[in-house]
Write a protein that binds this ligand. Structure first.
Ligand code: ADP
Ligand code: 5SP
Length: 604
């Protein structure tokens, strides 16, 4: 932290796969505070690896929702202990790993809206439901119209199985705010059956892509919700009863039953708002449920996934909307000003696009837990590979995204196996091997890859013969060259062309490694730039908070961030690079096809 107090600022949050991060950005758009909580290291009691639980089937991947809540408690307490001046925060926004979903349970919104500043969030969101329901029951008694069991059942559809054994309340005392404690996240690939059902319901993969920007993908939230509904209808059906704001004397609104499912981004925003935050258009585009042109939920997709889903999702909003003021909990516990605005949270990739101030023609590469590649688009051009999302900073425009699941965790594995766990040895291997790796190429997918759908490790020598191993240094170069050749080939499949003015903007943990960035510059034949921060998603979130504060939709984002520091040059292509990779790229593409067809087996 370079300065602790006294600067008017916006906070930008990122609830990503492995950590929660925050930055504070002042009115001159300088980052003056950065902090993070790493799930594996700082919250070992949740037993995650890389922030997740991989289940026995190797396809189901989840993260504990309370770990995210507790990480927020930890980071806020850390900032408070360091003397961070929360009274200067005029607005905040944030990002979340995309596609993951959180299932709020009966009473949760009441719990959120009546948090006690004396306690951390995680303690209250575990037990608050019951307290609120007792409160609700008592108030209904005081108002002279106590609710009886059959009324709870008739009015609110609560089934007798849900009655508490020890008190006249329609829940068990041990229930927390969430209907499932471990949430499906983007690494999950267990919903192939639901994907095929959704595509069939709307007329095929291409029709779904035209409607929602993507064919059905396993990690997309609609398919995850469909699986939950099919396999655990009770968890899906937990309903949320709301208090009437217009008439406080009537505490329960007969017939009004609100249910809620959040994305990780809107869940995190809800924690700050003290109530359910809406899903924004950009992160909402990663659900296979939103019509990206009209920006409304697709009735056909909702109907194919689960009943009454529209009520559970709420209406989507433009990504730059102010969704409310910060909850009084943060005002009282940390000293935020009551007027501090919460701007809609979005996905981490859309937030990175904002943080990198991407311009048309540029290409952004995020080297985080996942590797992603994204572009700014004027018009959507949905395809069978990749995704089109609504643009997070310009409601008229779009962005394209490709996601590669085997990113940093795969690099870490090869680092551990071939470079004794040291990034500097890993870098030395890249320095000591030559571009093109003497014709040796590799595919490294320890988990089922998304782009393309391949699993396993496949190594080929210069004669295109599959071999079982490479020497350590060759292995490291084959991994990094292979990862970047895949990115270029699949981006070109979407119509992207590297042009003389192309800039590559790199971000994410591995963008700290200059030798990795050198390979990126060589494979693309374009210069690579970085911004001086650990997380462009956080910085983008803070920029978006300023944008929301300045008026949002009616104001050009580029105007709001025009004084922000420029990215700095990190690598330029080596003189012989284009010659080497022009020959290698078609070979890589052909071998990828070979591996894919081997994986699919002979055509019937
Ligand atoms: N010097 C380095 N070289 C290569 N990779 C690195 C280096 N430092 C950190 N990383 C990678 O960065 C990853 C975390 O990236 P980050 O973008 O912070 O993750 P998240 O997806 O949680 O936002 C780690 O898993 C690690 O492999
Ligand atoms: O699934 C995707 C994008 O479609 C991932 O990019 C997630 O958004 C996770 O982000 P990181 O934690 O890797 O930054």
């Amino acid at each position: 932290m370079t300065e602790r107090a006294g600067r008017r600022c916006c906070l930008g949050w990122d609830f990503s796969t492995q950590q929660v991060k925050v930055v504070a950005v002042d009115a001159e758009l300088n980052v003056f505070y950065e902090d993070s909580v790493n799930f594996d290291r700082d919250l070992p009691e949740f037993g995650t690896q890389g922030g997740v639980h991989v289940h026995k089937d190797r396809l189901t991947v989840t993260s504990p929702v309370l770990m995210w809540v507790q990480a927020l408690d930890l980071i806020l307490e850390k900032m408070k202990a360091l003397g961070f001046d929360f009274s200067q925060v005029v607005a905040l926004s944030g990002a979340g790993q995309q596609h993951g979903s959180v299932y709020w349970k009966t009473g949760a919104s009441l719990a959120l809206s009546s948090l006690s500043p004396a306690l951390p969030l995680h303690q209250q969101l575990q037990v608050k439901t019951l307290v609120n329901l007792i409160d609700l029951q008592m108030s209904s008694e005081q108002s002279g119209t106590p609710l009886h069991r059959h009324e709870w059942e008739v009015e609110y559809g609560l089934r007798p199985a849900l009655w508490c054994r020890c008190c006249p309340l329609p829940v068990s005392c041990s229930l927390a705010c969430f209907s499932i404690s471990d949430c499906p996240i983007w690494m999950d690939s267990s919903t192939t059956a639901q994907c095929r059902q959704l595509e069939a319901a709307v007329g095929g993969a291409r029709a779904l892509s035209c409607l929602t920007g993507s064919r059905a993908y396993e990690r997309f939230t609609g398919n995850q919700i469909a699986k939950l509904f099919q396999q655990n209808p009770e968890a899906y059906s937990h309903s949320e009863v709301v208090r009437s704001s217009s008439s406080p004397a009537v505490l329960l609104v007969p017939g009004v039953v609100r249910w809620r499912i959040s994305l990780v981004s809107s869940f995190a925003a809800s924690l700050f708002l003290g109530g359910y935050a809406p899903i924004d258009y950009s992160d909402g585009s990663g659900m296979n449920l939103l019509q990206i042109q009209e920006k409304v939920w697709s009735q056909a997709c909702l109907g194919a996934c689960a009943p009454r889903l529209e009520e559970k999702l709420g209406s989507p909003v433009p990504s730059c909307s102010v969704v409310g003021a910060i909850s009084s909990y943060y005002v009282q516990r940390y000293g935020f000003p009551p007027a501090c605005k919460v701007v809609a949270f979005t996905g981490d990739n859309p937030a990175s696009l904002a943080g990198m101030r991407l311009e048309e023609g540029d290409i952004a590469v995020s080297l985080g837990t996942s590797d992603t590649l994204f572009l700014w688009l004027q018009e959507p051009m949905p395809a069978l590979e990749g995704h089109i999302f609504c643009n997070p900073v310009d409601v008229q425009h779009y962005m394209a995204l490709l996601c590669f699941k085997n990113g940093s965790l795969m690099r870490e594995k090869i680092r551990d196996e071939s470079a004794s766990g040291s990034w500097s040895k890993f870098s030395k291997a890249l320095q000591s091997t030559e571009m093109g790796n003497k014709g040796n190429l590799g595919f490294y997918f320890d988990v089922m890859e998304i782009t393309p759908g391949i699993m396993g490790r496949h190594r080929f020598n210069a004669e295109n013969t599959e071999v079982s191993a490479f020497p350590g240094d060759v292995e490291i170069r084959a991994l990094i060259e292979g990862q970047f050749m895949a990115k270029r080939i699949h981006a070109e499949g979407l119509g992207y062309r590297v042009m003389p003015k192309t800039k590559i903007l790199a971000t994410g943990g591995a963008s700290h490694n200059k030798d990795i960035l050198q390979v990126l510059a060589d494979v693309f034949g374009a210069p690579v730039y970085v911004i001086d921060t650990t997380s462009s998603a956080c910085v983008g979130s803070a920029y978006r908070a300023f944008h929301g504060l300045a008026g949002g939709t009616g104001v050009a984002f580029s105007e709001v961030v025009k004084s922000a520091p420029h990215p700095s040059l990190a690598a330029t292509p080596s003189p012989r690079a284009s010659q080497v990779y022009e020959a290698l790229l078609p070979r890589y593409a052909q071998l990828e096809q070979r591996v894919l067809s081997q994986a699919r087996g002979p055509l019937e």
